[in-house]
Design a protein around this ligand. Sequence first.
Ligand code: 5GP
Length: 190
Amino acid sequence: MQTLKEKILTEGKVLSNDILKVDNFLNHQLDVDFINEIGREFARRFKEEEISKILTIEASGIAVAALTAQYFKVPVVFAKKAESKNLDEEVYKSEVFSFTKDKNYSIMVSKKYLNPEDRVLIIDDFLANGRAALGLKDIVEQAGARLVGIGIVIEKGFQSGGKILRKSGIRVESLAIINTMSPGHIVFQD
Ligand code: 5GP
């Protein structure tokens, strides 16, 4: 997605050789019009898939998932990160290693919101080593639902997630794939 690549080049900041900060349109301040365009692009790519639910992970996946879901007219379910008293006792649970926080955490989805008839599209902001996506995939499988694909806004192609997921037969659509990056310099895959 050319407009996304241009926005990353003009507004993104490479913090170290493996962390990209896009706080002014995706991860802190939200550029809603632009995220809406991202949603439209995911809808175009997955339109044949008869998606019944979009699954993401709190917090940064929610905006992208919500603006994508309006095109499919389906609900968004977001996996919660911490033990919560409000959460139904009947939950699907998985473990994720956080790339940015360098620690493990649990994710949970109430059994009420995923069922075996669901055709699920996973949406997330970044793909690095694939741990978040694999945790969400695990939850889809626990529910007996069908994972139809994964939509990623920014994939860091030099990390292992994309390879692991595609090798396991999952359709992964990333709107921008970064081949290499360093402070002040980002190279995309064509
Ligand atoms: P993974 O689970 O694929 O290793 O990492 C993906 C998750 O970590 C995403 O949900 C995202 O929130 C976070 N993440 C990974 N790399 C980056 C990055 O370079 N920048 C930002 N802002 N978040 C990242």
